[in-house]
Ligand binder design. Structure first.
Ligand SMILES: Nc1ncnc2c1ncn2[C@@H]1O[C@H](COP(=O)(O)OP(=O)(O)OP(=O)(O)O)[C@@H](O)[C@H]1O
Ligand SMILES: [Mg+2]
Length: 402
């Protein structure tokens, strides 16, 4: 089994997926920019360094020349900006897996909604935007509040909630560098993920996580300590509705083998509404969170799913797992942490990971990565206990920088 895996070095969790591929017996051929370090090399049979992994035509030409004389079974990518490139390469080399057209349904937020809506599922009203004129025409149909964001964005970059025409006038200059945007009906409600490892679009593993607060608010307010809490009990009626929506979305979009990451809303009146979906695993520790939820290794199971159409781990859910991301007050280097000792004294047995930056560490750019200045992971079998601990970590622990 020979597998080309795009960008095994970056983002950091790609190293884990590379390990997973090696552990299920694949010979891994990595393609990316930069050099793999010693540890990563243990899992790579070969590596092609390219000048820019984002330059699709150049990467395809280089890989084509590099592979000459070698047969390959799969070309895979788990990082959002590379999923189309992987599909283009599969088509070019005649390999199995999702086509470019299918993957576009997971990348283009307008096309995605059209395909999901065509299956009779509830999506926010939305219009594709190229010009300012398009914006006003969209608002005519959608009204306020509205969301405007890039058609194939990530990390909530350039995403705005807009309440009025005056608001929109203020936001538009910030959108000028975006080629294509989407204007959507704003859905007010609780926001959840629906994550899977799927074989032929049928989930072999499913998970749901609640965002506190909703992702856009986490990403727009530095003072917030974002919390992601995985839901142990998926049989609760409101959660089950989201799962049913998610399964139908995967069918509507023609999902193949691999992991998916969807976001959905639960409105006050109980209605569930599709948000967006990607045909790759969630970032920002979502895979770690699922691993802690079920005590399994989804990095390896993804590899098994993607290369052998098999899933080999137990799916029972043992824990509600909370991840609490922290952002320091002040700029520069971390100078102190308040409340952490007390938190450990209260909850030590429930803390499973602590990557909070200690004094001396330079702050990370919270706008660039949700990982911010590190995070705590806690878990508890009871939802209310897990939530209380996560919220206490959010409010009672404070990092300082100077
Ligand atoms: N129509 C909507 N109604 C309400 N909130 C929305 C809507 N569209 C986007 N949002 C908010 O903005 C966030 C970012 O939007 P979206 O998920 O589409 O973009 P993204 O940049 O791909 O996200 P990610 O951070 O998952 O990479 C959503 O998670 C949600 O909190
Ligand atoms: Mg999103």
């Amino acid at each position: 089994m020979r597998v080309v895996f795009l960008s095994p070095r970056y983002p950091p969790e790609m190293r884990q997926f590379t390990r997973g591929l090696a552990e299920v017996g694949a010979e891994v051929l990595g393609v990316g920019d930069g050099h793999p370090d010693h540890e990563l090399k243990r899992y790579l049979h070969d590596y092609l360094e390219v000048p820019s992994i984002m330059n699709e035509d150049d990467v395809i030409a280089r890989v084509h020349a590099w592979l000459r004389g070698r047969t390959v079974d799969h070309i895979l990518a788990n990082w959002e900006p590379l999923v189309i490139l992987a599909a283009r390469m599969r088509e070019r080399f005649g390999l199995p897996g999702m086509s470019v057209d299918t993957v576009r349904g997971f990348r283009d937020k307008q096309l995605m909604k059209e395909r999901v809506a065509a299956a009779g599922l509830r999506v926010p009203k939305a219009h594709r935007i190229h010009t300012v004129k398009d914006v006003w025409a969209a608002i005519e149909d959608i009204g306020y509040p509205a969301i405007i964001k890039p058609i194939s964005g990530a990390g909530s970059a350039d995403t705005y909630k807009v309440l009025s025409n005056a608001d929109m006038e203020k936001v538009l200059p910030h959108m000028q560098h975006v080629d294509e945007a989407i204007c959507e009906e704003f859905i007010s409600g609780e926001e959840y993920t629906y994550d899977t490892a799927s074989i032929d679009g049928v989930p072999a593993y499913e998970s749901v996580t609640r965002y506190y607060p909703n992702a856009l608010e986490m990403r727009s307010n530095e003072w917030v300590s974002p919390v992601m809490l995985s839901v142990r009990d998926l049989s609760q009626p409101h959660i089950h509705k989201g799962i049913t929506l998610g399964r139908n979305v995967l069918t509507a979009l023609g999902m193949g083998d691999g992991m998916t990451h969807m976001e959905w809303f639960l409105k006050d009146d109980g209605e569930v509404v599709f948000g967006e979906v990607a045909c790759r695993p969630g970032g920002a520790c979502v895979v770690d969170q699922m691993n802690y939820t079920s005590d399994i290794d989804l990095f390896r199971e993804w590899a098994r799913v993607a290369t052998r159409k098999q899933f080999g781990a137990p799916t029972a859910r043992k824990w509600n797992v909370g991840i609490i991301f922290k952002r320091a007050l002040g700029q520069g280097r971390i100078s102190g942490i308040a409340g952490l000792t007390e938190f450990y004294n209260r909850y030590r047995p429930y803390i499973v990971e602590d990557t909070l930056f200690r004094p001396g560490t330079p702050r990370r750019d919270w706008k660039q990565t949700l990982l911010s200045d590190g995070y705590l992971v806690i878990r508890h079998p009871e939802w209310d206990d897990a939530k209380r601990m996560a919220f206490e970590a959010a409010t009672d622990i404070q990092l300082y920088a100077s």
